[in-house]
Write a protein that binds this ligand. Structure first.
Ligand SMILES: *Cc1c(COP(=O)(O)O)cnc(C)c1O
Length: 376
């Protein structure tokens, strides 16, 4: 047991928090950080200037509480999403993680269940523990795929109160077909399941990938979550949001803390949303680097998954932890998601991506060759 857990064990902690570890992607001081799927391109200077000006104007009024309803921000987010959505269908919080937490506070809790399909975002079970919601791990098929039939059968059998579908999925990178979302929504009818589609990486999807936003009309139990942390390059600003039926936002008003979105956060997000085109200009470049990683890894005999995101999950490594360490020694931090033979890398700038590919090629060509990975 770690020192930290040993100290924790002495406290009268809630039963369902005992023995669990906090979320902890390593924050190491390494030249090339490709481990948490940030947008590694710095903000365009014009955008950071516009943000500074608006934040500085907001500073004059910091003696007052901010707009509790963040009306301007909801209008701007609705305008950005399109699909005929109005401000009443939008809700936001400090990162989409807080949005998810609020959804679990309102619809989960003691005696209730939330289901998702690992390998998926590692925060889902932690958010479940934090809200005392029982976490149900569904199963995926070969190559970590999830078919509409399998997902629907599992949801019908488990009758969960909530289902979280991550699309594009983290850590595998692949988007789900909307047939999966539709089938899960129907299968959840009996348990009145709230179905959340976490679209944190939607802006990076391959062309032709449709957003679950198109399914919202007529589905009052469906929620689509988004974030400004990835494509918008604003991970440090902490702004996540959702689109759903207006009554979902009303439910979240029951659990949010008063004035949860600070005036500084609102000013930052609003300023960024006035500059959407400049901010999203890096997305095409990142998609290009992502596609380059997929083709280069294939050339090296590795097995990258189809990626609709700004990262690539790949298998075919003989010793993935040794490869992770070798990359770190070369100054490149990637993510070991705990799946044997696999690693996950964020698509960086062209120079960062080149450094990663060179370091990996050196490691793979010096390692003894085997003809198969550890695909489960
Ligand atoms: C990065 C990520 C998020 C974003 O979290 P924020 O709290 O908005 O920074 C949400 N979901 C998934 C699957 C992610 O990978």
């Amino acid at each position: 047991m770690s020192d930290q857990l040993e100290r924790l064990a002495k406290l009268p902690l809630r039963e369902n928090l005992r023995g669990i570890e906090p979320y902890g992607a390593p924050q190491l001081d390494v030249p090339i950080l490709l481990n948490v799927n940030e947008n590694t391109h710095p903000l365009p200077a014009a955008v950071s200037r516009a943000i500074s000006e608006d934040v500085s104007a907001a500073a004059t009024d910091l003696n007052r509480y901010p707009d509790r309803e963040f009306t301007e921000l909801r209008e701007r987010l609705a305008g950005y999403l399109g699909h005929g959505l109005g401000a009443e269908s939008i809700w936001a919080a400090n990162g989409s993680n807080e949005v998810l937490q609020q959804i679990l506070q309102a619809f989960g809790g003691p005696g209730r269940t939330v289901m998702s399909f690992p390998p998926t975002y590692s925060m889902y079970p932690l958010l479940a523990s934090g809200t005392d919601t029982t976490y149900l791990a569904g199963a995926r098929g070969e190559d970590f795929g999830l078919s509409a039939q399998s997902a629907a059968d599992q949801v019908a059998a488990a009758a969960p109160n909530l289902v979280i579908l991550c699309s594009p999925n983290n850590p595998t990178g692949t988007a789900l077909g909307l047939d999966v979302v539709e089938a899960v929504y129907e299968a959840g009818r009996a348990s009145q399941a709230i179905v959340i589609v976490d679209e944190a990486y939607a802006e990076f999807a391959l062309s032709g990938t449709r957003s679950a936003l198109t399914l919202l009309p007529g589905r009052e139990r469906l929620i689509v979550t988004r974030t400004m942390s990835k494509a918008f390059a604003l991970a440090g600003a902490r702004l996540g949001y959702l689109a759903a039926a207006p009554e979902i936002a009303d439910a979240l008003r029951l659990v949010r803390l008063p004035y949860h979105l600070s005036a500084v956060t609102q000013a930052t997000a609003n300023a960024a949303l006035k500059q959407v085109d400049a901010l999203l200009a890096t997305v095409e470049d990142i998609k290009g680097q992502r596609d380059r990683i997929v083709s280069e890894l294939t050339r090296l005999g590795l097995k990258p998954a189809v990626s609709d995101s700004n990262f690539v999950f790949f298998g075919g490594l003989e010793h993935s932890s040794a490869t992770w360490q070798g990359l770190l020694d070369a100054g490149v931090l990637v993510r070991d998601v705990g799946i044997a033979g696999h690693l996950r890398v964020t698509a960086g700038t062209e120079a960062e991506t080149t450094a990663f590919l060179h370091a990996l090629e050196a490691l793979v060509s010096s390692a003894p060759k085997t003809d198969s990975g550890h695909d489960s």
